[in-house]
Design a protein around this ligand. Structure first.
Ligand SMILES: [Zn+2]
Length: 244
């Protein structure tokens, strides 16, 4: 079982003293919650959180804002993702980091949370051959699934700069960020699609077969796929800060 340690100085530390009682309650709620894994990341239902803490679901966002230094919150498709930013600092043994790496590879952590986590703890992750493929972002998973081909014109996409992730059902019309709704598109097709009337633009239908991060990692066991992945995503050393 996971060991939980709450700093006994919690009630007297300056940064916590200033918090509202609701924020203190939420902090302790997440800190002591078994839904968080060893790296301090977990998924919650906002309604369950509201039920458990008595804080109205509509007020949660306001309380989250006060806690942002301690906890990162991302809501995606009605799932509340929570990351206790300081959870790992006390446990950085290689064994824990090995476990962390596995978790990062299989959980569908939202990209912005994954990026924030990696910029803080990425250097502690064990660096073997496969490290580079662990931190797959959503666009990388989509690219691998679609075999680095534009799903509209079939062109092979060889450069990150030519790569767009297209929402088949646009976000503005309620389209989700789930993989089924995301497609690899070359820059030109994505641009042209914007100018087309919707009935013509919808050449591609959302997929029904589910393909996630674990599948993408499996695909990367193929040396052809790994070579494509490396040449597109790892050839430039500009980092991951470009816009998605
Ligand atoms: Zn294209």
């Amino acid at each position: 079982m996971k060991r939980i340690s709450v700093n006994p100085d919690f009630w007297h530390q300056g940064c916590f003293q200033k918090l509202s009682s609701q924020a203190k309650l939420l902090y302790l709620y997440f800190k002591t919650n078994s839904r968080l894994n060893i790296i301090g990341i977990g998924q919650f239902s906002p309604y369950q959180v509201a039920l458990d803490t008595g804080i109205e679901v509509n007020n949660l966002d306001d309380v989250f804002k006060r806690l942002f230094r301690e906890i990162m919150f991302v809501t995606e498709n009605d799932v509340l993702w929570v990351w206790l930013r300081n959870e790992l600092s006390e446990y950085t043994s290689p064994k824990i980091m090995q476990g962390a790496k596995k978790l990062l590879a299989t959980l569908e952590i939202p990209d912005e949370m994954l990026d924030a986590f990696l910029s803080r703890y990425g250097h502690l992750l064990p660096s073997d051959q496969s490290t580079s493929t662990v931190a797959l972002t959503r666009r990388e998973v989509v690219a691998i699934r679609d075999n680095f081909k534009c799903q509209y014109c079939g062109k092979d996409i060889a450069e990150k700069a030519d790569m767009e992730i297209d929402h088949v059902v646009p976000r503005a019309k309620g389209g989700s960020d789930a993989y089924e709704n995301l497609f690899l598109s070359c820059r030109r097709c994505n641009q042209e699609k914007l100018d087309l009337p919707p009935e013509k633009a919808a050449v591609v239908k959302p997929r029904t077969k589910l393909f996630g991060k674990a599948d993408a990692l499996k695909s990367l066991r193929s040396s052809t796929m790994l070579a494509k992945y490396r040449s597109v995503f790892l050839s430039e050393s500009e980092g991951k800060s470009e816009s998605r």
